[in-house]
Ligand binder design. Structure first.
Ligand code: HEC
Ligand code: HEC
Length: 362
């Protein structure tokens, strides 16, 4: 008679077979779970982001809309739009600019034939027409303060880290100096700065703002819908702050924004360094403090390769070293030796001059 038990379990070949099949089944099951785990994690993350956006939306309505508008497109004369292609780095003129640059280089290169030059000139003329048409279509934005020559917001303020960090840092510290070119300054919001919101709430707000990004899909209509574009302290009608005010911001972000308005004079920087500010006293010999010689090269080849300074430019590193010496302590040296109060003793012009002088130390 046919005996299943005998066939499957008692014969050694059968036992091996059952074992192998069972093993394979378990592997398939484990694999299935592993594959779906990714999906579940993603769904979880999406839910998490969605909740963060929702919480951010409520916070925005309650705290920000009075200055930045309920739709985030800014309010004329009050505060710049955040729901704006300009903040998100969409440069409507980038394609035209890139083609003009390539063609101009080709035109000026040796060996370009006259026939090709004529072709290039014809195309350059076309591109200029495109530029004029595009500028005309952006007139409403231009009237609200948009300046095509300024590229993108982050470029214009020299910010080299991410937009997320830019927004988040702005929320933490505010822009204490912006009251000099806006009716009311952008306030600081973080509890760490003595204000009302927790850092996780600032995270929610930042996630909410980042969700306005349209990537490559920003349109001219979006640009024209923005009611107010950023102002720059250097604008003729607005007083340039800090040119002769002693003391710079304590916030490195604000410092970099303001510094963009000053051109450093390395000779003046050198005399401040050797004279009035007494930097040379510690820095010349390279014993108590890193040597003056090579400061710029060191910043670029050694400091900026340190992960702790990821995203920094050399200027930003030097500005921070001078105004917040303890934030990053040069390896091999002691914290707390360099005076911590230069930020209160110098003007933005002094800082720009010092950086210009240190930039010559290559
Ligand atoms: C009292 C008015 C006011 C309020 C309230 C306000 N802001 Fe601002 N905000 C400003 C001004 C003015 C600026 C421009 C500062 C500058 O030009 O440096 C600004 C700048 C910003 C920027 C940087 C924009 C850029 O292009 O550089 C962000 C991001 C921002 N605000 C977010 C917020 C958020 C989020 C809130 C609510 C928690 C908020 N603001 C509340 C006035 C305000
Ligand atoms: C009393 C001594 C002292 C004085 C005065 C001083 N520094 Fe320093 N400085 C230091 C020390 C110590 C360090 C290294 C520790 C650190 O990074 O904070 C340093 C670091 C630096 C760095 C970073 C250098 C590197 O290689 O990464 C810069 C830039 C700098 N100082 C600029 C200045 C300038 C500009 C002045 C004058 C406005 C000045 N220091 C005045 C002691 C001094």
């Amino acid at each position: 008679m046919f005996n299943l038990q005998r066939l499957l379990v008692e014969r050694i070949e059968s036992r091996i077979l059952v074992g192998t099949v069972a093993f394979l089944l378990i592997m398939v099951l484990v694999g299935w779970i592993a594959i779906n785990e990714g999906g579940r994690m993603k769904a979880f993350e999406e839910q998490y982001t969605a909740r963060s956006i929702e919480r951010g939306a409520v916070l925005f309505m309650n705290n920000c809309s009075t200055c930045h508008g309920e739709d985030g497109r800014g309010l004329a004369g009050i505060a710049p739009g955040l729901n704006s292609p300009y903040l998100f780095g969409h440069d409507f003129f980038a394609e035209i600019n890139a083609e003009v640059a390539t063609l101009t280089a080709e035109r000026d290169a040796e060996g370009t034939t006259d026939a090709r030059k004529a072709e290039i000139d014809a195309r350059l003329a076309e591109l200029e027409t495109e530029r004029t048409n595009l500028t005309t279509s952006l007139q409403t934005a231009v009237a609200a303060g948009y300046d095509p020559a300024k590229g993108t917001r982050l470029d214009s303020v020299g910010w080299s880290s991410t937009l997320y960090n830019y927004v988040y840092t702005t929320l933490i510290h505010g822009r204490p100096n912006s009251g000099s070119y806006w009716p009311r300054a952008m306030p600081a919001w973080s509890q760490t700065a003595g204000a009302a919101l927790r850092n996780d709430q600032l995270g929610d707000l930042t996630t909410f703002i980042m969700n306005w990004d349209k990537g490559d899909a920003w349109t001219v209509e979006d640009a024209n819908a923005v009611r107010q574009y950023p102002r720059y302290p250097v604008d003729a009608a607005l007083a340039a702050p800090g040119a002769d005010t002693i003391g710079v911001s304590t916030d490195i972000d604000t410092i970099m924004t303001e510094l963009a308005n000053f051109t450093g004079d390395s000779n003046n920087g050198q005399s401040l360094y050797n004279g009035a500010l007494g930097c040379a006293g510690c820095h010349t010999a390279g014993v108590v403090a890193p040597a003056t010689a090579g400061t710029w090269t060191r910043a670029q080849t050694e400091r900026l390769t340190d992960p702790a300074l990821a995203g920094y430019t050399a200027e930003q590193y030097l500005a921070e070293s001078i105004t917040h010496p303890n934030d990053y302590v040069a390896p091999g040296f002691q914290p707390g030796i360099m005076p911590q109060n230069f930020a209160d003793r110098i003007t933005y012009q002094d800082l720009a001059d010092l950086i210009a002088f240190l930039a010559t130390q290559q």
